[in-house]
Ligand binder design. Structure first.
Ligand code: ACO
Length: 337
């Protein structure tokens, strides 16, 4: 038996690359317009790596969340990074973050569930804590899709931005902030959103034709859109039911920031008021596994969310995967955001 039956969320953090690419910049690159991008997606600009990497952004987000939580690196006994765009196939990004921050007592591994990655990673971390296996867990979501985009393809290059977000979780004997978790996948829809040129599809060494185009994100936007609008409301209802809560008990809904129209359609289907929806994609685009912690941090910084607040975190993306958590946000920063 262990004494740790609750998971406290004690910190959140984020990091964005310095370079900003606006819709006007993209007008000079592909046949698009600010008006099209804004009306179809809600995105106005995104941050894109120059010298930054998945590891450096993850490290910066981790340090930001640790500062918020007031924990030092040696207290951390597990690091989980959710990413589908790591710097290397191995070592894992989690091991590289461990090295950078000096978390010498931690185990470290990556999780890949595309844009749902952070929801999967939080769910796994919650299990590690509630079974007593870990006491202080750093959970990071990070993606650098700009390295895997065809910047001549207007269907995809306008959507994504790079970034990293992080949470610090801690075991508690008497408090619990992760009230319910719910994760799902449907591999039959795997081909609708993918980056094909890895593993089985990698060119045989010595083969001259590199199929460069397969290095890039390939997406059936309409299918992904329809999938999101249909499964997100189901996921929200399912996770609320697991938490024994009504929709009206949830103070804020932090959906994966893929498209403003998806967020709006979900809010309409569930009858949710606009002021309960957190939106950051206008300034950062779709940052994939980073989008939920970045959105929470943004909402705390602007004052939209104040502690305490019950929040639904909802992810969806490649796999296809989706999932949701109900969290009780009551952490107070040990140092200013
Ligand atoms: N600028 C101008 N025109 C464009 C652009 C662009 N950037 N991109 C596409 N178009 C054109 C199309 O070619 C098409 O022209 P046509 O009618 O002459 O053929 C027209 O605009 C309409 O295209 P649609 O695909 O119908 O546009 P839609 O309204 O469906 O919006 C979008 C496309 C924004 C991609 C939408 O489908 C969407 O957001 N889907 C979800 C995508 C998503 O969230 N992906 C990430 C998932 S998370 C993860 O795991 C990585």
């Amino acid at each position: 038996m262990n004494n740790f039956n609750g998971t406290k969320i004690i910190g959140v953090g984020g990091a964005l690359p310095a370079t900003v690419v606006t819709n006007a910049d993209l007008e000079n690159q592909v046949d698009t317009s600010d008006e099209w991008i804004t009306s179809r997606t809600g995105i106005k600009q995104r941050h894109v790596v120059d010298t930054e990497t998945c590891t450096s952004l993850s490290t910066a987000a981790a340090l930001d969340a640790m500062k918020f939580a007031g924990v030092n690196a040696e207290e951390i006994d597990l690091i989980i990074v959710a990413t589908s765009t790591p710097d290397y196939l191995y070592p894992s990004t989690a091991c590289l973050v461990q090295r950078e921050i000096g978390a010498i007592n931690a185990a470290a591994f990556d999780i890949e569930a595309a844009c749902t990655g952070i929801v999967y990673a939080l769910t796994v971390a919650d299990q590690f804590i509630k079974t007593g296996a870990s006491k202080t867990v750093l959970v990071i979501g990070a993606d650098v899709h700009s390295r895997f985009l065809d910047w001549n393809d207007r269907n995809t290059c306008i959507l994504f931005g790079d970034g990293a977000g992080a949470f610090v979780l801690q075991a508690s004997t008497d408090e619990n902030d992760i009230l319910a978790t719910y994760i799902k996948a449907d591999g039959r829809k795997a081909d609708f959103l993918n980056i094909p040129n890895f593993g089985v599809n990698y060119q045989k060494p010595g083969t001259p034709d590199k199929k460069e185009d397969q290095r890039f994100v390939q997406m059936n936007g309409k299918v992904v859109y329809e999938f999101a609008v249909s499964i997100v409301p189901d996921a929200v209802r399912a996770v609320c039911s697991k938490a024994n809560m009504d929709l009206s008990d949830v103070d804020f809904f932090i959906l994966h920031q893929a498209n403003q129209r998806i967020i709006k359609a979900v809010a309409t289907k569930l009858g949710l008021p606009d002021d309960k929806m957190v939106v950051t994609l206008d300034s950062v685009g779709n940052t994939s596994a980073a989008s939920i912690p970045l959105a929470l941090k943004h909402a705390l910084t602007t004052g939209q969310i104040k502690s305490p607040a019950r929040c639904a975190l909802v992810g969806f993306g490649g796999g296809l995967t989706w999932g949701a958590l109900i969290i009780n946000w009551r952490a107070v920063a040990k140092s200013s955001l």
